[in-house]
Design a protein around this ligand. Structure first.
Ligand SMILES: *[C@@H]1O[C@H](CO)[C@@H](O)[C@H](O)[C@H]1NC(C)=O
Ligand SMILES: *[C@@H]1O[C@H](CO)[C@@H](O)[C@H](O)[C@H]1NC(C)=O
Ligand SMILES: *[C@@H]1O[C@H](CO)[C@@H](O)[C@H](O)[C@H]1NC(C)=O
Length: 398
């Protein structure tokens, strides 16, 4: 064997290993599929590795997913090494899912390789015409105790329409139907959920569909975050005290229930006898404030509560507490004592002022008398040399 044939032999043996690790292009994944497990929002996306990469165990292969509703520009991008991905979707529209393969490190020379995109569009079943679906769903979680969801019939919903509500969240094995429908004149207009049905800080998925003799009814889907839909109970036991002449002390009890006091903020409204309500929002935990008031007139106060931004992204204001007013003619308590004190101070002031005035007047009187007597004395001395006739003058008032 000469050197050339040894080199050729080595080249044949080594060539496949030298090049097997080096890729110059990469294929997209295959079998991209979107499936609906029936949880009213989450969809499973699955795919298979490109055939050309199956034997390349050393390669670090990742996939980039890009997905959104068909007419949306607000797409999400996710990179994963798995062959499946699950996320929540808005099932009222078609869903576009794109995926590409990414390869880097051992398998290629230099930077990362991207395959072309493969795309699929998933269309949730959309039966019935759009006018048959419910509109204006409004859900409120009352004081974290229960939730009521109310809706309006679709614009062109048939009269015999019978809506049904289904819901799912991650603590439920399967989708449940509402078991406390709210009815108005015989037709279903909402659903009442007990506290056991509720979940916070997790998707709460709702589907409202229905039946009618006149045809199919369009389903509509919602995904809610219940912690953002809380309406607290109104604050309780609001007490007012006039603590100084220009300050009102307001105390209240946070609404009883499951909402933690540190999660509440308050709006205090107050007004004088002839003025409009003025507002002050207290964002930190509190159960009392001092209010400086300008005019000494009848003051009225009311209060409402809401979940603050430290505990939720959004919330509803509670109803107002009952209006509490400072009594105009108080007949007991601190305010009377304060008013009596003021009166006493006034009387003392008047007495002191009168005494001072009296003293001044009498001093002035004496001074005038004294001056005039001196003048008389001088005149007498001038007119009459006889000093014995001069009477000593005396001020009896002094
Ligand atoms: C690797 O990349 C370098 C520079 O880009 C190039 O000179 C070299 O030929 C490449 N090698 C292979 C095996 O592709
Ligand atoms: C309404 O939706 C639920 C949940 O997806 C489904 O089980 C049910 O069959 C639907 N009803 C109708 C009439 O389409
Ligand atoms: C308000 O006054 C009532 C009656 O005096 C009292 O029972 C209640 O505890 C007071 N509330 C607060 C918040 O102090």
């Amino acid at each position: 064997m000469d050197l050339n044939s040894i080199a050729a032999f080595l080249a044949i043996i080594l060539w496949p290993t030298a090049t097997s690790g080096m890729l110059t292009s990469v294929d997209p994944p295959t079998n991209l599929q979107v499936t609906d497990p029936g949880h009213l929002g989450p969809l499973h996306i699955r795919w298979k590795a490109p055939l050309s990469l199956i034997s390349k165990e050393l390669c670090v292969v990742r996939y980039m997913l890009n997905y959104c509703n068909v007419d949306s520009t607000n797409c999400k991008r996710v990179i994963t090494r798995q062959l499946e991905y699950t996320d929540g979707f808005n099932l009222n529209k078609g869903i576009s899912v794109k995926i590409q393969t990414l390869v880097k490190e051992q398998c290629i020379n230099g930077t990362e390789l991207h395959s072309n995109w493969v795309e699929t569009v998933y269309w949730p079943p959309m039966q019935g015409h759009a006018g048959s679906k419910i509109v204006d769903l409004q859900c409120i979680v009352y004081n974290l105790e229960y939730m009521d969801c109310i809706w309006q019939n679709g614009m062109s919903a048939p009269h015999d329409i019978n809506y049904t509500l289904y819901y799912w969240h991650e603590n439920l094995e399967q989708t449940m139907e509402c078991n406390n429908y709210i009815k108005n004149q015989g037709s279903v207009v909402g659903c009442h959920f007990h506290s056991d049905d509720l979940i916070e800080f997790s998707d709460f998925n709702i589907c409202i569909n229905g039946t009618s003799e006149m045809g199919l009814v369009r389903a509509v889907y919602y995904t809610l975050q219940l912690q953002d839909l809380v309406k607290a109970a109104a604050p309780d036991q609001v007490n007012l005290t006039l603590s100084r002449t220009d300050t009102i002390y307001i105390q209240w009890k946070p609404p009883a229930g499951k909402i933690k006091p540190h999660c509440l903020e308050y709006e205090v409204q107050f007004r004088g006898k002839y003025s409009d309500w003025e507002s002050r929002v207290i964002t930190e935990e509190a159960t009392s404030i001092f209010l400086n008031v300008t005019a000494k007139s009848l003051y009225c106060v009311r209060l409402r509560a809401a979940v603050n931004i430290f505990c939720a992204d959004d919330s509803f204001w509670s109803d107002w507490s009952s209006v509490q007013c400072l009594a105009e003619h108080p007949d007991g308590g601190d305010d009377v004592i304060i008013k009596l004190n003021v009166l006493a101070e006034l009387i003392v002031l008047i007495v002191l002022a009168s005494i001072t005035l009296a003293l001044c007047l009498s001093t002035l009187y004496c001074w005038v008398r004294w001056k005039s007597s001196i003048a008389k004395k001088k005149l007498n001395m001038l007119l009459n040399e006889d000093a014995k006739n001069i009477k000593k003058s005396k001020c009896f008032d002094c």
